[in-house]
Design a protein around this ligand. Sequence first.
Ligand code: NCD
Length: 316
Amino acid sequence: MTFQHAHLLGIEPLAQSDISTLLDLSDQYVDLNRRDQKHADALAGLTQINMFFENSTRTQASFELAGKRLGADVMNMAMQASSIKKGETLIDTAMTLNAMHPDLLVVRHPQSGAVDLLAQKVNCAVLNAGDGRHEHPTQALLDALTIRRAKGRLHRLSIAICGDIAHSRVARSNIILLGKMENRVRLVGPPTLMPAGIAEFGVEVFEDMREGLKDVDVVMMLRLQRERMDGGFIPSEREYYHRYGLDAEKLRHAKADAIVMHPGPMNRGVEIDGEIADDINRSVIQEQVEMGVAVRMAAMDLLARNLRARPKEVMA
Ligand code: NCD
């Protein structure tokens, strides 16, 4: 086994072989999750704590189910409602939890870099479930697994990531992963939603969506992240939909067998037409959710193997 990491903080530190190892194991967990008996014991005896400092339904549910299917004791901490409101710092909270001996800490935080900082302070495995605009590694991995299963490969594909790139950790992790696996990545959106210095990412940038979608294998839509905007990014939702909303006419510019993806939650009629989202011949949005559980099982399994292989700290 080639996966040697203590944490999963982002796609950036992963090698091509790490990504393949994660996806291969995820495929096995997809099979397990389709059986009536969905239990395995890879995390038996371990404690998993989910700390979400930002609202999340699907990602938290996905990590919770992944941990439970692998036999961990799983605890969810809704951090907005707790001591954060009482002024406790992130590090204080982490140290308090650390004293309870968790083995896996799953963290979502609105600030970029917060999860990396936390990983330096605790002695368990930390998984980044999304930090600010920085990374969302399990999302990129579940997207990669979905693409690999739909297209039969994860290299030399042409993939358009469309919409609100500037505010998106999903886009960032996907750009890094798809680049490492040697695909051609295009970014499509208005200049106001493109991050600064985008040329350094080794991607092609398109302002015109029809040009951007021309002959691509994968169309990956992003949610318009209004909660991260402070005004002035788009003229109006109607105008945005007209220029950048994925509808049947724009999709016709992609390859005839191109798949449509969205990380959810979707704004129907803003970035994507509801009928396209529900079209089982084109949309793999439900598969993405299914792959999410399997990828999180694989990530936690691999981190737990590394935890168990680590020399035990001597108990006083
Ligand atoms: C993504 C996120 O939180 O970054 N969603 C998710 O993980 N389910 C994308 C988004 O919120 O638009």
